[in-house]
Design a protein around this ligand. Structure first.
Ligand SMILES: Cc1cc2nc3c(=O)[nH]c(=O)nc-3n(C[C@H](O)[C@H](O)[C@H](O)COP(=O)(O)OP(=O)(O)OC[C@H]3O[C@@H](n4cnc5c(N)ncnc54)[C@H](O)[C@@H]3O)c2cc1C
Ligand code: SF4
Length: 491
């Protein structure tokens, strides 16, 4: 049975085909990635040399027991591989799809290091859990015994959901509050469906609901319910709200219509993929169809925007980044994907101002925009001396600018935390100088008794796998806290 399954394996392979299909519109994840060279799980898994110094494992934030589940997969023992895989990862099928493996497990595979191409660890991880779902090996959440304590979790992203899963399995009563209409956080409304199919996320939501986790969606903490009210209702609280304040541009013209935030653009696109009516998409405001699109930024969010614009049928898609390819923060694999799909990268470029028909002839004298957006005046840059972080700083090349035509500009410059103490009117919740919640890195304990924090709101914009790790660590710490509180109450 397991052997037959392995032969059917198709997934994202690191062996890129020479060309992608030219028109990616309306294609879903399966259609796109089925076009890649087919990798067989067992074939890939058997490439693992079982080297004995598993750098892959130590560079996985969850310390997944990769060599063991690769060996079990190679031997056709898929159900056992699944058991080992799920023991350390709450959502292996999600990490297998969207972890930047080239920077984590696969980038540190000794076979990769020796120049023979990594074992495609993420693909195998995805395959094992997808198969487990198909075969019914994924067990529903059924605690052995119910506990009376309750935990309130603010934020239904991967951090909050990983904690909810672990706490519920121990019988704790869990309520998750989220301001969105669906759970999943950025898994649902940030990361595009061509990287992470939405039914994969919804399947986990259904599993949690079926297991007794209560979701209070469309509930904006600070508006619909106070933080203090949540604290009063539960024995412990986990803050897992992510980071959503967009870094803005202040160049002349940057308030013009046609310049939008990446999170709004991606959320609209994801809502449309659920079949929701999104007026800003229908009106064209958040729709790249038929437009010349410029995305500003060099991180993974920018890559998601350019690839989404290609799929929406933009006439051209350019990505402006102020450093060069070697120094961009995003995954090189994502850049390669985007380039193959027709995105043009304009390296060493920064926006100077935005122009309409009236202003674009006079780029040296910034003026307010009144007509439709026509383009971005781009300053050319060069790399200068390294800064404190060791990265070369971009420097302006005086007088070297030109107009890049655009009808839609997407700002993808990164995210910062919202000011939670002010938004929630909560005293005593300490934050760092970056605005992230100050929390112990192993337990997630904050400055408030019984309040823990996990994921991006502690780390700053990070990765799904780190949010899962934090959520799991916090769940363990919360269980300890509840037990200690019970012991004190019993004295
Ligand atoms: C466009 C984009 C693409 C990305 N792609 C990848 C990728 O490919 N791979 C990867 O590993 N990482 C990726 N990331 C990063 C990853 O998504 C995050 O690191 C991860 O989702 C953080 O998880 P979290 O649980 O901390 O927060 P989130 O996923 O942000 O979830 C936080 C939740 O809290 C809710 N919330 C916030 N404030 C309130 C409030 N006041 N009341 C109620 N609810 C609230 C939000 O609605 C949200 O649902 C991407 C990020 C973005 C923006
Ligand atoms: S969780 Fe991410 S880093 Fe860890 S093994 Fe899976 S894909 Fe690699």
């Amino acid at each position: 049975m397991a052997g037959e399954k392995m032969l059917k394996f198709t997934t994202v392979s690191r062996d890129m085909p020479e060309k992608r299909p030219p028109d990616l519109r309306n294609k879903d994840f399966g259609e796109i990635y089925a076009e890649y060279a087919t990798a067989k799980a067992a074939e890939q898994a058997s490439r693992c040399s079982q080297c004995g110094v598993p750098y892959c494992q130590s560079h996985c934030p969850l310390h997944n027991n990769i060599p063991d589940w690769l060996r079990l997969t190679a031997e056709g023992r898929l159900q056992e591989a699944y058991e080992v895989s799920q023991a350390t990862n709450t959502f292996p099928e999600i990490c297998g799809r969207i972890c930047p493996q080239d920077r984590l497990c696969e980038g540190n595979c000794v076979i990769e290091q020796s120049g023979h191409g990594t074992v495609t660890i993420g693909s195998v991880e995805k395959y094992i859990t997808d198969t487990a779902f198909e075969e019914g090996w994924v067990k529903p959440i059924r605690p052995h015994a119910e506990r009376s304590e309750s935990v309130g979790i603010i934020g239904a992203g991967p951090g909050g959901l990983a904690a909810a899963d672990m706490l519920r399995r121990q019988g704790v009563q869990v309520t998750v509050y989220d301001r969105y209409d669906r759970g999943g956080g950025l898994l649902t409304y940030g990361i595009p469906g061509f990287k992470l199919e939405k039914d994969v996320v919804m399947k986990r939501m259904a599993q949690l609901e079926d297991g007794g986790v209560e979701f209070r969606l469309n509930c904006n903490v600070g508006e619909d319910i106070t933080f203090d009210a949540i604290r009063g209702k539960h024995d412990a609280v986990l803050i897992a709200t992510g980071v959503y304040k967009t870094r803005e541009l202040d160049n002349p013209g940057s308030e013009a219509d046609g310049i939008v935030r990446a999170i709004d653009y991606l959320t609209a696109s994801n809502k449309v993929s659920f079949g929701d009516t999104v007026p800003e998409f229908d009106s064209g405001e958040l729709n790249a169809s038929g437009k010349k699109v410029v995305v500003i930024g060099g991180g993974d969010t920018a890559m998601d925007c350019v690839r989404t614009a290609i799929r929406q049928g933009a006439t051209s898609v350019k990505c402006l980044y102020r450093r060069d390819k070697q120094n961009m923060p995003g995954s090189q694999r994502e850049v390669q994907n985007a380039e193959e799909e027709g995105v043009e990268f304009v390296w060493l470029s920064a926006p100077k101002m935005f122009v309409d028909d009236a202003t674009q002839m006079n780029v040296d004298t910034p003026a307010p925009i009144s007509g439709p957006l026509r383009g971005v005046v781009v300053d050319k840059m060069r790399l200068g001396q390294p800064d404190a972080t060791g990265r070369q700083s971009p420097e302006l090349i005086a007088g070297a600018h030109y107009v890049e035509e655009a009808d839609l500009v997407v700002k993808a410059l990164g995210f910062e935390p919202e000011d939670l103490p002010a938004l929630w009117g909560v005293e005593g919740l300490e934050v760092t100088r970056w605005g992230t919640v100050k929390a112990d890195f192993t337990t997630g304990k904050t400055s408030l008794d019984g309040v823990f924090a996990a994921g991006d709101i502690v780390r700053g914009a990070s990765l799904v796998v780190w949010a899962i790790r934090d959520g799991r660590d916090c769940a363990t710490a919360i269980l300890d806290y509840l037990s200690q509180s019970d012991a004190v109450a019993a004295e």
